[in-house]
Design a protein around this ligand. Structure first.
Ligand code: PEP
Length: 258
């Protein structure tokens, strides 16, 4: 039985004051979503604030990215050891906004997938659970390449570390065309892709395929979360915009419990 997980990606939003308010409202409702796991991903500068607020609450926290390098002259980067130092349980890796908006833009997809794989290894080496984001662009979607895109990264990870290593990982199917657009994938479409991912993994390691949590991300809101999460292979959500609104986010966490 897989425990549902709801991850709130705050992206580059928040102030100390607004974070405190938002966290207070979420924590006030935590008894209404006790059967789901909930994790918050603030901007890294607010990591300690979030750690202080959530410590002992049962909720978890993490960052939106990490370096593929262990330490040293990498200005502006955050190491896996630093995440561990701040009690992070999870880290987001390979989010499409990293892939599309930063240096990663010029890189070949395979190079990019390999960097994601290096970050994944780094997180695991410090005992931080990677939430690996995978999803097709609008162009890839329109040309029917979804399975190819999803399989490419899964295969790189399996070939590098073996399928068993994925047992310490969470996967997030995040179609790029659905992120921040207000246009979520239908529950049926998302289920089909999640089931494809699980089957691909099952060919290598059926036990890991059965136990791994696969989240859906892309315009999840309070009113579409329940039908998405009711699908057999959808184990919760990676939530961007709606995680900044306490009422919406709590509704999503509650939907993961039903
Ligand atoms: C995300 O940032 O991972 C995301 C899914 O964003 P949104 O929920 O706003 O589409």
């Amino acid at each position: 039985m897989r425990k549902p997980l709801v991850a709130g990606n705050w992206k580059m939003n928040g102030t100390s004051a607004s974070n405190a308010l938002l966290l207070g409202k979420i924590l006030a409702q935590k008894n209404t979503f006790i059967s789901a796991e909930v994790a918050i991903f603030p901007s890294a500068v607010y990591l300690q604030q979030v750690q202080m607020a959530l410590q002992g609450s049962g909720l978890s926290w993490g960052t939106q990215n990490l370096s593929q390098f262990r330490q040293g002259a990498y200005t502006g980067e955050i190491s896996a050891a630093m995440l561990k130092d701040f009690g992070c349980k999870y880290v987001l890796i390979g989010h499409s906004e990293r892939r599309c908006l930063y240096a990663e833009l010029d890189l070949d997809q395979n190079v990019l997938d390999n960097i994601v794989a290096e970050k994944y290894e780094m997180a695991l080496s410090e005992g931080v659970t990677p939430i690996l984001c995978i999803g097709e662009t609008p162009e890839e979607h329109a040309t029917g390449q979804t399975e190819e895109v999803v399989a490419r990264l899964l295969d790189i990870l399996i070939n590098k570390n073996g399928a068993k290593a994925l047992a310490q990982t969470v996967l997030a199917y995040e179609p790029v065309w659905a992120i921040g657009t207000g246009k979520s994938a239908s529950p049926e479409w998302a289920q089909e892709v999640h089931s494809f991912m699980r089957e691909r993994l099952a060919k290598h390691d059926p036990a890991t395929a059965e136990s791994i949590q696969i989240l859906y991300g892309g315009s999840v809101k309070g009113d579409n979360a329940a039908p998405l999460f009711s699908m057999p292979d959808i184990d919760g959500g990676l939530v961007g915009g709606a995680s900044l609104d306490a009422v919406e986010f709590v509704k999503i966490c509650q939907a993961a419990c039903s």
